[in-house]
Design a protein around this ligand. Structure first.
Ligand code: AMP
Ligand code: ZN
Length: 112
């Protein structure tokens, strides 16, 4: 499958991984929008939030268990933001479910 994040999981495209377990992989965004900008993805191909269902939601739970560990490891003691863009209106550019962790500065109050 021609999915850039599946290739990052396989290791055929390089990334700066910051966390990994059997269900989850996290790496630095190539175009950071904040001092800390990490992407957390499931280790199976789920195209977007719309693809989450009863069969694969354990991967989403695993992502949300990993997020506070990653945030702590990144030193985000003062808080952070988690975002998942979905579909056309959400401006999702990579069609493999991912959660952005943004932090390391006071983020803009306005989200949209
Ligand atoms: P989204 O717009 O929510 O789909 O976010 C996709 C994110 O993936 C963007 O912030 C990109 O900068 C990031 N991205 C795309 N390709 C790579 C890559 N090879 N390594 C790390 N981050 C990437
Ligand atoms: Zn994929």
């Amino acid at each position: 499958m021609d999915c850039i994040f599946c290739k990052i999981i396989e290791g055929s495209i390089s990334s700066t991984k910051v966390y990994e377990n059997e269900n989850v992989c996290a790496f630095r965004d190539i175009n950071p929008m904040a001092p800390v900008h990490v992407l957390v993805i499931p280790k199976i191909h789920i195209p977007s939030m719309d693809g989450v269902n009863n069969e694969n939601s354990k991967f989403v739970a695993a992502i949300f268990e990993a997020i506070p560990k990653i945030a702590a490891a990144e030193g985000l003691k003062n808080g952070y933001r988690v975002i998942s863009n979905c579909g056309e209106d959400g401006c999702q550019s990579v069609k493999h479910l991912h959660f952005h962790i943004l932090g390391g500065k006071k983020l803009p109050e306005k989200m949209a």
